[in-house]
Design a protein around this ligand. Structure first.
Ligand code: SAM
Length: 354
């Protein structure tokens, strides 16, 4: 993307080496210098008395019949995309720009990128460019997928001290360590949509609470009487407890450490949140706790050809446990793999035995 030059009202001037040419030849000389990457593009080219002065990079070896001088130059100010600034900086350091990530995820003061294959030294050098341009203290390289029951990310710290970040989304503060905890940027709409749920005075169970992805939003915006947030991974649970306190939601959210299938079986709920792809197999446990007329919100992965008929599989599963389901909403959250979709379903259940 080309840089857009903006007028500098408060010029800063710098003394710099310059190639001097007459106006008639200026265009060709500039083109040649740009081709040879000699031009210092952070400074403004100046024109005086029929001559043009082109600032050149320090240490540039200017050969041929170009004449040189020392001149005062004004600094240029750019409005350019971070992607083009990253590319320029990588080039200036002699690093290959092929495959350089043009997308990243920012969590507080850290960014996550997916670097192409390269050795450790180059990874660090690349990451330092992203840190400088994106003004981030730490940079992580995504090396794999989110894995296992605890949904742990595969990332490596390639630049900076790492550690906990404070990430704000929808007015909610999430503390977590990106090296230990996944936080899916693609789920932002679903995390946001909990705002619209009217759970006034209701009891909610979050069976896969993590660091509070859904529990915090529900407690803040949907006016429930109580949210029981269950989390099996002690590391995530630690952040959950911290985040409840950081968002001052301790009166509403009750955290539980352990398997949501076992935690406080006596609790009955008006709504059950199942933010995990294990939802389908956990349905019997949710049905044991839901009140008639209650809502179950579940996430799953489905192939393209099953999208339209998913609800019938769900009805069958719900029916096996003596309940009747009515899907109120089914949404595609994001692509999960080729021809596979992450979906979100809101289903109301009523007791079929009466
Ligand atoms: C990572 S979250 C899902 C991501 C989230 N939906 C988002 O918006 O980014 C799923 C959580 O469920 C937890 N979990 C898995 N099995 C569990 C169980 N049986 N009981 C309680 N928590 C469980 C995992 O440890 C994990 O923290």
């Amino acid at each position: 993307m080309p840089s857009v030059f903006i007028q500098n009202k408060n010029p800063v001037s710098l003394r710099k080496r310059a190639v001097v040419t007459d106006r008639a030849n200026a265009r060709d000389v500039l083109a040649e210098l740009l081709r040879r990457r000699k031009v210092d593009e952070s400074l403004r080219i100046k024109s005086m008395d029929g001559r043009v002065f082109i600032p050149v990079r320090d240490g540039s070896d200017i050969s041929g019949n170009m004449s040189l001088s020392e001149e005062e130059f004004e600094k240029r100010f750019f409005h350019s995309s971070p992607q083009s600034r990253i590319k320029r900086e990588l080039e200036a350091r002699g690093l290959a720009t092929d495959g350089a990530p043009e997308k990243w995820t920012r969590f507080g003061s850290s960014v996550l990128i997916r670097l192409p294959e390269m050795d450790e030294g180059a990874r660090h050098e690349f990451a330092s460019v992203y840190a400088a341009v994106l003004r981030s203290s730490s940079v992580y390289n995504i090396t794999g997928r989110v894995r296992g029951q605890f949904r742990e990310p595969e990332v490596e710290l390639v630049y900076g001290p790492g550690g906990d970040v404070a990430h704000t989304e929808n007015g909610i503060r999430f503390n977590f360590d990106p090296a230990k905890i996944m936080f899916s940027p693609g789920n932002v709409n679903i995390r946001t949509s909990v705002r619209e749920m009217d759970l006034d005075g209701k009891t909610v169970i979050d069976m896969f609470a993590g660091i509070g992805y859904f529990s915090l939003g529900i407690a803040r915006y949907s006016r429930p009487a109580r949210v029981h947030a269950c989390e099996i991974n002690p590391t995530s649970y630690g952040y959950l407890v911290r985040n409840i306190a950081a968002n001052k939601l301790g009166d509403v959210i009750q955290p539980h450490l352990g398997d949501s299938r076992m935690v406080s079986p006596e609790i009955k709920a008006d709504a059950i949140i199942m933010g995990n792809f294990l939802s389908f197999s956990y349905l019997p446990h949710a049905l044991r706790r839901i009140r008639p007329g209650g809502i179950i919100l579940l996430h799953d992965t489905v192939s393209s050809d099953m999208l339209a008929v998913y609800k019938y599989a769900l009805y069958r599963r719900i029916g096996m446990h003596g309940w009747k389901g009515a899907v109120l909403e089914q949404k595609t959250v994001k692509s999960f793999a080729p021809h596979m979709w992450h979906i979100y379903v809101r289903v109301m259940v009523s007791d079929n035995r009466n």
